[in-house]
Design a protein around this ligand. Structure first.
Ligand code: DGP
Length: 112
């Protein structure tokens, strides 16, 4: 999508601190970190959010989770949180599917 910030990052049109990328996805540091390590993992292909994902995206969604575990390991994060905000009411502000990989501090549960 032409007006999507994360599509622009995926295309290299907007700079980001990229930690990992492969043929399907890219991971970069969050601009507004909520933890010492806060990485966003997005698919290259524009999908609005998890609710918009289709059966055909199952492999892609699995790859994102495996990439998250790999990146966490590379960052030395034994414990981490992986979050996808879905919809405005859940805190989604960028409508391109992304997972927040966060670590380096303790997290409360329930999250509130
Ligand atoms: P969410 O609220 O779940 O939609 O998360 C969006 C995240 O994206 C938020 O934590 C801030 C981050 N973000 C927004 N714009 C940019 C940007 O241009 N670059 C980077 N690196 N992160 C961004």
């Amino acid at each position: 999508m032409s007006d999507c910030i994360f599509c622009k990052i995926a295309k290299g049109e907007i700079q980001a601190q990229i930690l990992y990328q492969d043929e399907d996805l890219i991971a970069f540091k969050d601009l507004n970190p909520q933890a010492p390590s806060h990485i966003l993992i997005i698919p290259f292909r524009h999908i609005e959010n998890l609710a918009a994902a289709q059966e055909q995206d199952a492999l892609l969604l699995g790859k994102i989770q495996l990439a998250a575990a790999k990146i966490a390991k590379e960052l030395g994060l034994k414990d981490f949180r992986l979050v996808a905000n879905n919809g405005k009411g859940a805190g989604q502000s960028v409508f391109h599917l992304h997972y927040h990989l966060m670590g380096g501090r303790r997290f409360l549960w329930p999250a509130g």
